[in-house]
Design a protein around this ligand. Structure first.
Ligand SMILES: [Fe+2]
Length: 164
């Protein structure tokens, strides 16, 4: 298989993270549904839809990388599997707030990866990657902000002296 450049590898990672984000938001949405939290549920559905759009654009960008598409897809699968493994452990017997804590880690990690890709592409100047970064970076920042806001809302509603 073709050997990935740093730029291809980072593109593969954000692709895998966008795939994992769809699984994660779906999982946390089931917790929000159990707690009848429609505000949170709506956010998670929107984040899942946006992650699907990001995945699509990453896929399109991967298609423009001469001979790299298969290797990028393979690396993306690895990244997704790593996050999914972490999710399984973290979200055993979870409540919605645990779900938001998990998302606060993965969404912040996703943002960091996008910023790294943007910086690499500052040197590489690939116009297809520039376009996907321009689309995904502000979205990703908004996910981090929204998850933080929702997690603090849920924390404020919790009775700190109740059994965990
Ligand atoms: Fe996200």
């Amino acid at each position: 298989m073709a050997e990935l450049t740093h730029l291809d590898e980072k593109l593969a990672e954000v692709l895998g993270l966008a795939q994992a984000a769809q699984t994660a938001t779906k999982k946390v949405a089931t917790l929000a549904r159990q707690e009848k939290d429609t505000e949170l549920l709506e956010l998670l559905e929107r984040m899942g839809d946006e992650a699907a759009k990001v995945e699509q654009r990453c896929d399109d960008a991967a298609g423009t990388r001469e001979g790299m598409k298969t290797a990028i897809a393979e690396k993306a699968r690895e990244t997704k599997a790593e996050v999914s493994g972490f999710m399984k452990t973290y979200l055993e017997d979870a409540e919605a707030l645990d779900g938001l804590e998990f998302l606060s880690m993965t969404e912040a990690g996703e943002l960091a990866h996008w910023e790294i890709l943007a910086t690499l592409n500052g040197t590489a100047n690939d116009k297809d990657i520039a376009a996907v970064v321009e689309f995904a970076l502000p979205l990703q920042q908004s996910h981090v902000d929204a998850v933080r806001k929702q997690s603090l809302r849920l924390a404020a509603e919790e009775d700190p002296s109740e059994p965990a």
